[in-house]
Design a protein around this ligand. Structure first.
Ligand code: MG
Ligand code: MG
Length: 620
């Protein structure tokens, strides 16, 4: 698969777009005509910039409103095409895309469309140029690739092929069956775009919400499987119109674009290895498979009085210091199977993190089957590593930089039940906690910026191999919060991430407090929340208004005992078709808070109660 990107995906001027695409490792770029019109240098200079960066201009696009125009307009259209051919010569590109006509003057006739495209292909052939015809999902009479293919077939000219664009294809039904009929050499170029499933006007959906494969919900892997089965071996090119991309640095967007194609390619070849002929398959450099099994520990950067506050909170939640690091000012607190590390070692990454963010989560360690493989997988996708410098025989825990400035550690499952703390930490003599509850990490929620939302989706999908749920809206008293969740197949890893465009909503208030994105809330699962909460200092619990409980009584037929316990202990309740969920929240420290949950055959997150929680937090 040769990787290209359309200039329209990236922010900046044409020079910056070419530089960003080349730096990310693309070997081709499509020049969107508008980017050329807005550039203050002639096409010859654009060609030189591309040559200097070792990137091919794979196409000029789009050529609009050409076919099926009334006779008196066709001479003008052909002249217009000749001028575009001149521009292509100067750019050093041989391919022009013609998108299906949207003009109100266009005539509804496939025969005429074929005839006009044949005429244009003859002109293109004289200059040894290639044409690709693309069905726009909002084309006036041609909106499906099936129709575009009929027209290209009828036009029957070697200098005319079809452009396949996954977005248009899925926006118009997404029947992939006809793809098998198209010979690979009649495909001029493949454009790839993902998108969230949205029930809205197709043009608006396309202009604002397209995203890279791996960031949306369209079956892009199935699409690429079918395309590769045609024998097509040309460029696969991103064509993404997206409001976030327009305002994000082009270099990081291009890098995500490259990751996205690497992910797509890997998914396609992994699931259908016979797509590649044996020599190509042997040469294909598969990344190691992801193997993230569980959360091993959560590390906090903290110091001074704010450390005291955090300590008081986690001790109130039943955490006890069980270990002390052998050489560093790092303490381990445990409760059930949850490990919280409090790091106040001077001159460490953690202390730098604390200076910027205050008390905060500075690292999350995941238990993985093979830590070195996860690091190699991160390298494959160009996620930056983090060099730890183990001292005095410490366990080397490889890591990378996570999405929000925190570190991500990969802790290899050790033999014979040994854990990370058996290597680097000394056990303290402590009494066993009474009563004991089975505790484990349920979910870890991050508050991030809108511009990080798609990158975060890709990070968890491509690198961790997690499933990404569709976005959900949560109502905050000061704005709307959009939430997605990354989960592992067995649900041991659940990572919601939230963003808001409203400066005063919970997510943004957290980001202001915390000086940037990061972990906002940590939910722990408790095996017996009703007993657990009875032994808890009630002052740490987020108070919930009585109106909530009146409504709960009206909505559900709960046993009196349970209803009164929920009310008394500020517990929240939700039901699904399969089970129920009881949970409560702590008051925050530096915007960060804990949630204790108990799931009973329940797979969600108590989203129905999120508004109650956020209103309660806004009152603090
Ligand atoms: Mg397109
Ligand atoms: Mg939660």
């Amino acid at each position: 698969m040769k990787h290209a990107i359309a200039s329209v995906c990236l922010s900046g001027d044409l020079r910056q777009k070419i530089e960003a695409a080349a730096a990310a490792g693309f070997s081709g770029i499509e020049i969107f005509e508008n980017d050329l019109l807005l550039f203050d240098q002639p096409p010859q200079v654009v060609k030189r910039i591309a040559d200097d960066h070792g990137i091919a201009i794979v196409a000029l696009q789009p050529f609009r409103d050409f076919e099926c125009m009334p006779a008196h307009l066709m001479a003008r259209n052909l002249d217009r095409a000749q001028r575009k051919f001149d521009v292509m010569d100067a750019l050093g590109t041989s391919t022009l895309f013609i998108c299906s006509n949207v003009s109100t003057q266009t005539i509804d006739s496939r025969a005429l469309a074929s005839e006009h495209l044949h005429t244009l292909a003859k002109l293109a052939a004289e200059r040894n140029l290639q044409l690709g015809y693309e069905a726009l999902a909002w084309g006036r009479y041609v909106s499906r690739y099936e129709d575009a293919w009929e027209i290209v077939k009828q036009a029957d000219h070697p200098h005319l092929g079809i452009v396949l664009d996954s977005f248009h294809l899925f926006a118009r039904g997404g029947d992939l069956s006809l793809l098998a009929e198209i010979p690979g050499d009649k495909i001029t170029l493949v454009q790839i775009a993902d998108a969230p499933w949205l029930d809205m006007d197709v043009l608006q959906w396309s202009r604002h919400f397209r995203c890279f494969p791996g960031q949306g919900d369209l079956p892009v892997v199935a699409f690429m499987q079918k395309v590769m089965q045609t024998g097509y071996d040309g460029y696969v090119s991103h064509e993404i119109f997206n409001d976030e991309f327009r305002s994000s640095p082009g270099t990081s967007t291009a890098q995500d674009g490259k990751r996205s194609l690497l992910w797509l390619e890997d998914e396609v070849i992994k699931s259908t290895p016979d797509i590649l002929a044996p020599p190509l398959l042997d040469q294909h450099n598969f990344p190691p498979s992801p193997s993230v099994n569980d959360v091993e520990f959560i590390e906090f950067a903290t110091a001074g009085d704010s450390r005291k506050a955090l300590l008081a909170l986690i001790q109130a939640l039943g955490f006890i210091q069980t270990h002390q690091h052998r050489h560093k000012d790092v303490a381990l607190f445990r409760n059930g199977d949850v490990s919280l590390v409090l790091n106040q070692e001077p001159d460490s990454f953690a202390q730098n993190h604390y200076l910027v963010h205050g008390t905060s989560v500075c690292a999350i360690a995941y238990q993985v089957e093979n830590a070195e493989d996860m690091v190699r997988r991160a390298e494959y996708f160009s996620y930056p590593g983090f060099a730890a410098h183990p001292e005095n025989g410490e366990m080397r825990i490889p890591g990378i930089r996570g999405m929000n400035g925190e570190l991500v550690y990969f802790v290899q499952a050790l033999a014979a039940q040994r854990r990370f703390f058996d290597v680097d930490f000394m056990p303290l003599e402590i009494p066993a906690p009474t009563p004991a509850y089975a505790m484990r990490v349920d979910h870890i929620t991050s508050g991030i910026a809108e511009s990080e939302f798609l990158s975060t989706s890709l990070f968890y999908r491509a690198l961790f191999g997690l499933d990404i749920a569709q976005p959900q809206d949560l109502i905050d008293p000061h704005g709307l919060i959009v939430s997605r969740t990354a989960t592992s197949a067995d649900k041991k890893i659940r990572l919601p991430f939230n963003m808001s465009r409203s400066g005063n909503a919970s997510t943004e208030r957290f980001r202001q407090n915390h000086a940037g994105s990061g972990v906002q809330h940590i939910a722990l699962h408790c095996s017996d929340i009703l007993n657990y909460v009875k032994h808890l200092d009630p002052s740490v619990v987020l108070p919930i208004p009585q109106n909530y409980y009146d409504d709960l009584d009206a909505r559900y037929d709960l046993p009196d005992e349970l209803a009164s316990q929920l009310r008394r202990y500020n517990l929240l309740y939700d039901e699904s078709q399969t089970g129920h969920f009881i949970h409560f929240y702590t008051k925050p420290i530096n915007g960060l808070f804990f949630e204790i949950v108990q799931r009973n055959q329940y797979a969600n997150y108590g989203e129905a109660n999120a508004a109650v929680r956020m209103a309660a937090q806004a009152r603090l």
